[in-house]
Write a protein that binds this ligand. Structure first.
Ligand SMILES: Cc1ncc(C[n+]2csc(CCOP(=O)(O)OP(=O)(O)O)c2C)c(N)n1
Ligand SMILES: [Mg+2]
Length: 332
């Protein structure tokens, strides 16, 4: 990640960094999809495939001192913010060498040393937590900011309104990054959501930008402006990134859904707008990278994923006693 001086176009170095980070997320998750199908994972996984540009375009502007919260679909946020893939995979495998010692699993990957407050199994749970992190950042006065990634479904939780309210009232250095991926579980957004989500932020006087969430440069630009605003003490911003999840809501859904809830044609249309393919084509056509450089990036990532997979599979199982130790923290 590079620190942000907001310009209209990312540098070649930033584009390559974002491409590599997006590809890492994609390859890690494709591995997880296979692992799940092979019955190797102890719990559920919600994959971020197709949405990588949102987390990466935003996190490109953030440093370790800035805070983010993710969602149940949180692997991409963790990796985009610089979380270690080995420790994340081990966590998802429920291993003692996982980033949370195997106590959290897929929906709770967190690493405070990188400013990753955590994924969250509670839909909308990250919103108020981010406001807390933003308040702490404001009180500390060191220019840190806090970003909440949340879904279109989460915007129907009451806590969204509460957080819009308090973040405006207290002029918090916070960014609402809404990932409008067209579905909440198996319900198309327009069957569960009234009106337009940006209007909810506008009602509080919060500036709004709507972007193509499958175009990392567009996300990066909007994110850069929001980050600048937050760092300058001008308060919260709201970004709606329009995107799509290519995989199901949850990898297990094929086993319990009796009918399909979306057409193959629709999925294919979004595959044509794949954010990684789009950036890859742009890198080639603009001469930022040639085929050999792209292949080198891919090889490096494949090696990293294989190493992470080995680390996770050979880790010791999580220590069950730790559950009780952790529960007694603060009770002495
Ligand atoms: C408080 C709460 N209510 C319901 C659920 C069940 N649930 C899990 S994911 C989900 C849909 C979330 O949709 P959205 O916020 O759009 O995120 P997406 O899955 O599309 O990334 C629901 C209802 C939950 N985990 N937490
Ligand atoms: Mg959604």
């Amino acid at each position: 990640m590079t620190s942000a001086t907001v310009k209209d176009t990312p540098t070649a170095e930033q584009l390559l960094d974002m491409y590599e980070r997006m590809l890492l997320i994609r390859r890690v998750e494709k591995q997880l999809s296979e692992d799940f199908k092979a019955g190797q994972l102890p719990g559920a996984v919600h994959l971020y495939v197709g949405q990588e540009a949102v987390a990466v375009g935003m996190c490109e502007h953030l440093g370790n001192a800035d805070w983010i919260t993710g969602t149940h679909r949180g692997h991409g946020h963790y990796l985009a913010k610089g979380g270690d893939p080995k420790s994340m995979l081990a966590e998802i495998y429920g291993r003692a060498n996982g980033i949370c010692k195997g106590m959290g699993g897929s929906m709770h990957v967190a690493d405070f040393s990188k400013g990753i407050v955590g994924a969250n199994g509670i839909v909308g749970g990250g919103l108020a937590i981010t406001a807390g992190a933003a308040l702490a950042a404001k009180l500390d006065g060191k220019g840190q900011i806090a970003v909440c990634f949340f879904g279109d479904g989460a915007a129907n939780q009451g806590v969204f309104m509460e957080t819009l309210n308090v973040s405006t009232l207290w002029n918090l250095p916070m960014i609402f990054m809404c990932e409008h991926n067209t579905y909440s579980e198996f319900s198309p957004t327009d069957t569960v959501t009234a009106g337009e989500l940006p209007d909810r932020a506008r009602a509080f006087g919060i500036p709004v930008t709507v972007v193509d969430g499958n175009d990392v440069t567009e996300v990066w630009k909007a994110a850069g402006a929001a980050v600048d605003r937050a760092r300058s003490g001008d308060g919260p911003s709201f970004i709606e990134a329009r995107t799509y999840r290519i995989h199901g809501h949850i990898e297990a859904e094929v086993h319990f859904l009796s009918s399909t809830y979306r057409e193959e044609e629709e999925i294919e249309q979004w595959r044509q707008r794949d954010p990684i393919d789009r950036l890859g084509a742009q890198l080639l056509s603009s001469g930022v990278a040639d085929e050999a450089a792209m292949a080198e990036i891919d090889a490096r990532i494949q090696e990293q994923v294989a190493e992470a997979e080995g680390f996770a599979q050979t880790g010791e199982p999580a220590d069950e006693n730790l559950v009780f130790d952790l529960m007694s923290v603060g009770q002495q």
